[in-house]
Design a protein around this ligand. Sequence first.
Ligand code: ADP
Length: 169
Amino acid sequence: MTAITLVQGDITRQRADAIVNAANSSLLGGGGVDGAIHRRGGPEILAECRRLRASRYGRGLPTGQAVATTAGALDARWVIHTVGPVWSATEDRSALLASCYRESLRVAGELGARTVAFPAISAGIYGWPMDDAARIALETVRAIPTAVEEVRFVLFDARAHQAFTRALG
Ligand code: ADP
């Protein structure tokens, strides 16, 4: 039985086996939570991302997929990078958002992570409405059989925390 917990705060201050990054497909860093993870985690994470770009992901990490690196100076063993879909008003991309959570948990399970911290993927720069992002995140995590013992959603502000609290029911 996987415990789902919600906290408000900065994901880069969390202790967890794995911290999930809402990356972009370049894997070379960006704004939002991605920038914060690289700033606090230090250059080792970016160095490993560059190696992944040069080897497995020459065209970038596809949307909905996930890949792990070192967590550098973060209080974690791994950062799991996943690329959320950009919100679209005309196209339903929710399967891709669900895939981010599913694939990140699959990678976490393969690594043997017992605690995994997630941000609200796609709900920042990528524009996903927070209530819908929260619903998809929680429905997906609840439906996945995993050896991960705790999935912790780390919500950056009160609005995000409230949306996840409502969606958790
Ligand atoms: P995306 O490009 O997938 O939308 P963002 O990083 O822009 O990713 O935003 C995803 C969510 O992460 C947003 O709700 C944003 O407020 C939040 N966020 C930004 N910085 C942090 C942080 N340090 N810790 C946790 N969540 C964060």
